[in-house]
Each structure stands twice: as structure tokens, then as C-alpha cells.
Design a protein around this ligand. Sequence first.
Ligand code: NAD
Length: 306
Amino acid sequence: MVCCKRFKDRVCVVTGGARGIGAAIAYRLGLEGCGVAIIDIDGEAAKYRFENLEKNGIEATYVKADVSAEDEVTKAMEGIHSRYGSIDVLINNAGIGFSGRELENQSYDEWRRVIDVNLTGVWLCSKYAVKYMKRSGGVIVNIASTRALQSEPNTEPYSASKGGLVALTHAMAISLAKYRIRVVSVSPGWIDTSEWQVPPRRPSLTLLDNLWHPAGRVGRPEDIAAIVAFLASDEAEWITGINIVVDGGVTSKMVYMDESLIFASLEVLLQDEELVELIKTIVERSREEGASVKNRLRSIFGIGNG
Ligand code: NAD
């Protein structure tokens, strides 16, 4: 719930703010009184988001630019600064995923593009925003990922870019402290962004997707927007240089299957809630009777020990 105008008279730049997590951050900071400038490579989507922000009474602007192109970033920051007279908060959120090919089949171009956008883009946007921020201090929040800390197979460029981003965060925090600029990173876990896409979509999550999280559900862009708003506010003035994991508890969890997850997996596999309930009942009754599930099934179907 948004309670106040913590960012009245402040200006924030949100990269990749046209959709997904960045859009939720732009909206949240805007609701709290910030002037919001979106930088996004997708001009159409950025226009859509800008119109949506304006409709909600938020002072906003947008620039179509690629965060990995130095000339575009310089121009974007210059333009935003000349429009508003300051840049107080920078949210480095723009990022791209990776196709998931095996290491031997990963191309140099793919590797370079992911590193260029997810890591070099943050360095570039910070470099050119700091020029304006250092006059009166500010905050940079980098959106990293739990992939900086743990991996699935075949994710090298993405994981490396986010690991680099966590390191870039503490490096900049120490260098920029003298200008009263704080730098932090947030590492989201799985965030379902469907409702913040352009146009919005309905989430299609399974019971297993939700139950597998200790917090009981997959994350939402609003979960990340809430922590970003806190970190960007004066209430967080003693927080800099760190990475905060916001993942519904997943990275803290030992990976063991428990019964509720097994039944939720069955539901995904069988696509039949009633059938899963039936299996659950057979398991429970067998337990009550001290019989094995196998023997109980044999007796139901009249199959001998064969
Ligand atoms: P998204 O794809 O929904 O939105 C990303 C936005 O960034 C888009 O509007 C896109 O046009 C823009 N963008 C992409 N490349 C750009 C570039 N070169 N220059 C400028 N804008 C560019 O993504 P999302 O899921 O909202 O992710 C946002 C950030 O959060 C990313 O950095 C991502 O790595 C990170 N993240 C996402 C999740 C998740 O589960 N969604 C989890 C962990 C981290």
C-alpha cells in the first residue's frame, strides 16, 4: 500500500521501465510523488507506459534508447536533466535473458549482447547519471537476480552479467559515497510480469509454481517495486553497497521434495485435480490401515501379487 509522497520534488530514471518489473517500479515511485523518466529500447511500449502513468496523475516522460549504446545514453540523460533540472534516483532495471544453449553452442555475439545490456548498460547509465546526481546526492538501485548466486544449466552469460552487477554495485557504492550517492542492488527471484506487459496478460501459474516458494506464491513486480521504493527513500540512508535478495525464500530453502509438492507436481503432470485427489485419498487410507499403497491398489483392481 502506498502511504505517502516520499519522493515529492524528486526525479527518477527507470531503465527498461516500459514493461515488467521496471513498469511497476516507475508506477510505484510515481505514486509516491516522483517525476518519472523511462528509458527503454522499445519506443512503442515506452509510449504506452508513459500514457498510462500520465492517466494516473504521474508526471512522466520517456526516451527511446538502448542502455548499451553510449551516445544514446548520454543524450537520454542530458535530455532528462534539461527537462527536470535534476536526476535524484536511477533504477538500472533494463535487462535481457538468454536462450539457454549449452556452453559449446553459445555464440560470442550472444554472450556479448547479454553482458552489454545487463552489465555495461548499468555502468553507462550510472556514469552519465552521476554527472548530474553528484551535485546533491542520490540513489542508484540495480536490478540484479538470484541468478547471481545460483544457476540452472546453460545460463552462463545471464548469471555472469548479474554476478558482475552485484560486484559493480559495491564498487560504485564505495567510489560514489563521497558524493552522498548510495548504490544498492536487488536480486529478485521468479517474478511473474504478465500483468505488467504491453498489453497486460493474465498470469498462467500452476499450483506447483506457487507452492514451491516458501512464501507460498511466485513473486509479482509490485514486490520488487516495494523494496526499491524503500531503498530509494531517505529511510534507507544507512544502506549502501549491498545486494538484497527478494525471492519468496527460495534461495534459503534446502531442496527436498515434501508431500504437498509431490501432489502439486502430479497435478501439473496429470492436469486433473480430481484424479490427484483420488490418489491422495488412496495414499491416506492406505496409511490409516497400515497397508502399502501398492497392495491397496492391487486389491482395488483385483490384481494378485503376480
Ligand atoms: P521485461 O522483459 O518484462 O522488461 C524489460 C524491459 O527492458 C523491456 O521494456 C525492454 O524493452 C527493456 N530493454 C531490454 N533491453 C534494453 C536495452 N538494451 N535498452 C533499454 N531497454 C531495454 O523484463 P523483467 O522480467 O521485467 O525484468 C526486468 C529486470 O529484472 C531485468 O534486469 C531482469 O534481468 C531482472 N530480473 C527479472 C526476473 C523475473 O523473474 N522477471 C528475475 C530476476 C531478475
